[in-house]
Design a protein around this ligand. Structure first.
Ligand code: RIB
Length: 333
């Protein structure tokens, strides 16, 4: 980030202002979610009756882009959709949320990413994604969009696109000193260690366990697992812990972020709301190397966004606006 931008951003705290508009570039997936609501999530081999079906815009990348835009950022999305109805609807939805889709490519001969989702009566979900066009986002695509990437204030990525593309984009961003936030979701069986170079890693508890082999189901376990990730080379780690809040840590600092209280309708996209909001708060607060306090402060703002996302149905429709996040934070003080 250049000095002028840093000075402008330093005047605005994440919780207090929408005056500065950081430029967030999200490189990631765009999916149509096909959601069935049912009393329970079926066991393997079981057929159950659901009670409601809808198609809802989703995809971890697109959700995070919408979350950041609703927090007041200028957002550009780099991704791929198929040349089909879902792709068209998803592009329109992103545009309606003020996400610049100039760098979303329409791809022939492959379907737009789709996610089959079952949401149970407790708001928990099970998700199976057919990546489609998302899986064709390539290193060459990153080269094509290099100007967009190197002019961003922050790059946000997840792992629903090829890992080699994420690694390459991270390296290109870092060559221009652009910070990178990585949500390692879904966690792969084998992670490229270069991904630990991300400036901030934001896994949930399950992804944390898959990345480091340590359980992370409660705050105490998450502290140990987070330290293990730091031991593996991660610089700053924010572990989202669902109803237990979050944990932010680096080599010098550890902060427990308490949960915000909201009703739970559907947890789909809560992690994405967290990541998109985190990116905006992080960029507004960051001056030079991010300190533990900056990470923790951004995580507090993001935790409110994640909690609000749980209180509404669907992924992208549930991404909260800045004003709602600020109200929840004020109410909880
Ligand atoms: O994080 C939730 C998202 O995961 C859903 O929108 C679905 O598309 C999958 O990518």
């Amino acid at each position: 980030m250049n000095d002028q931008k840093q000075a402008a951003n330093a005047d605005n705290s994440s919780e207090g202002s929408a005056l500065s508009s950081p430029h967030v570039v999200v490189i990631g997936s765009i999916n149509m979610d096909m959601v069935v609501r049912a009393a329970t999530i079926p066991m393997p081999g079981q057929t159950i009756s659901g009670h409601h079906f809808s198609t809802v815009p989703g995809g971890k990348g697109a959700n995070q882009a919408v979350a950041a835009a609703r927090c007041g950022a200028r957002v550009s999305m780099i991704g791929r959709v198929g040349n089909d109805d879902f792709g068209q609807r998803l592009l329109l939805g992103l545009k309606a949320n003020n996400v610049d889709t100039t760098a979303v490519m329409i791809t022939e001969g492959v379907h737009t990413g789709c996610a089959n989702i079952i949401v149970d009566d407790n708001g928990e979900n099970a998700i199976c994604v057919a990546g489609g066009a998302n899986l064709l986002l390539s290193i060459e695509d990153i080269d094509e969009q290099i100007d967009l990437i190197t002019q961003a204030d922050v790059i946000v990525m997840q792992l629903e696109i090829p890992q080699e593309t994420v690694v390459y984009a991270l390296q290109q961003a870092h060559r221009s000193k652009i910070p990178v936030i990585l949500n390692p979701a879904p966690a792969p069986d084998v992670i490229n260690p270069a991904l630990f170079d991300a400036d901030v890693l934001i896994p949930n508890q399950d992804e944390t366990t898959r990345l480091c082999g340590e359980p992370a189901g409660d705050v105490h376990a998450a502290k140990l697992a987070g330290s293990a990730l730091i031991g593996q080379g991660a610089k700053n780690v924010v572990i989202t812990l669902g109803k237990r809040g979050a944990l932010a840590l680096n080599t010098k600092h550890i902060s427990q972020i308490p949960p915000y209280c909201t009703s739970i309708v559907d947890t789909t996209g809560a992690g994405d709301a967290f990541c998109g909001a985190f990116a905006v708060a992080f960029t507004r607060e960051k001056v030079g190397e991010p300190s533990g306090e900056v990470i923790a402060s951004a995580a507090r703002f993001a935790a409110a966004a994640g909690a609000l996302a749980c209180s509404k149905f669907g992924a992208q429709p549930s991404m909260p606006h800045l004003e709602a996040i600020q109200r929840l934070i004020q109410r909880s003080c």
